[in-house]
Design a protein around this ligand. Sequence first.
Ligand code: OGA
Ligand code: MN
Length: 281
Amino acid sequence: MASPEVVPLKAPLGARIEGLDRADAGRPEIASLLNRALGEHLLVIVPGERMTPEQMRGFASAFGRPKPQVLRYKRSGTVPEVSIMVSTLMADGTTDKTALRSEDWHTDDSYLATPAKATLLHSIELPSQGGTTWFCNMHSVYEALPEAVRRRIDGKRAIHSYDTSRARNRPSRRTAQEVAETPDVEHPLVRTHPETGRKALYLNFNRLDRIVGMEREESDALLDALAVEARKPEHHHGHAWSLGDIVVWDNRATMHRVDVDYPVGEARVMQRVLIEGDRPY
Ligand code: OGA
Ligand code: MN
């Protein structure tokens, strides 16, 4: 068996895995190579052929335990841990709601007490152009903040809400069961990566509602100031998709967003898996 190689991108985050037979991902030495690459580079790209939902669940298990996502209607019938994300742009200017939400920077699952450690996205159908997914290194965002700002936010906690008025648009409708599963939760504003010990700013422009212990106005002003740093291109890398790519990102220290800039009516379909995480600290 050839040993795969981790090739860092010339970018603020990310590495490509070259020479990996995806069927080997579950072998202990390969799984630990993949997880080390994820903790170090935060974004791991594994090129290859398209996989079935069953094969993808198997590959994803190298990163931990796959878990079904909250919105039931997205789950694939046969393998509930694999969701089918359709972000095709429709003629009426709409798209699937979650694709529009995904246009702004976010980290997946932060509205849960134990958000996903990582997300895997696997391209099944792609438009002829556009649809780049962008990633932001939240270690480097934190480290770029002035010392005084870091002192001000260290130890602060924040409320994440499924539907906050700070987000640019409203989320998908939830069933009563899904609403019951998504009460507001509190997380640290600065979290520590459990594997590398590095600190990361834990923001989510779609879910982060306010900082605990501050009036709305003061909280909004501070969150807006932090967003200015996170929106700087020097922290970003865009992934232009090839069919069959699997892209894995570390939700503990990144945000991501998608360009919904592709031609109307052209299919954009992804398979997606969330990996169980730990409570942020
Ligand atoms: C996601 C997501 C972006 C994309 O699946 O969590 O934000 O490019 N996807 O489809
Ligand atoms: Mn997302």
